[in-house]
Design a protein around this ligand. Sequence first.
Ligand SMILES: [Zn+2]
Length: 211
Amino acid sequence: MARKRNKPLPVTVDGNNIKAYLYFHKSLEGTPEGYDETYADMCVNGITRYWSEAGFNVEIIRLKESLKVPHVKVLPAKLTRTSYVMSPAWRWIWGFFKNFHPEAMMLNWSPSNPGNIHLNLRFFKDKNRFERVSAHEFGHVLGLGDAYGAHYRFFYEAPGTEDYMMNHNRKVSPEEALMVKRAHETGKMQYFPMKFSARKYASGLRKKRKT
Ligand SMILES: [Zn+2]
């Protein structure tokens, strides 16, 4: 059952309808060399394409200014050479203790605080990849955890998720579509199964050191 709320939300999922208010930082309104679209255009196109393919009607509203309407910010990634979704710092520690999940450390997700998207612009060379990464990061904003063997998953890849958006940025699977709906029905972030293996963790750390 859909929950009734008076407060407008930055992202709503109502059945198959996704509606999101996004505010793009000015650096994403620039056009990368060799292209005739802005980063923001490509981000919106990627989100719309991949989430529509999974059966959603996707409506993205681009705010001109960071106004009072609740919204998700799309910012250039500064911390790492990858892209990620992060909650504002005041939500971090409490998120970890509330969920006891390592993935909740930086993203303490809730429908009213779905986090902000940070996209890596420095290593931009492939429009298709940028669009897929945008769709993946939007998956976090919709309340999904990662499925790939990230370090905060102790390098454990969720079984059977090779083709998933939250693993290799491939396509939004029916399971991921259901998880998004569940996140919005329950107000809780949906995580993929995780297992800890000391051997896998050690070899993951070794590989990570080499890259
Ligand atoms: Zn991710």
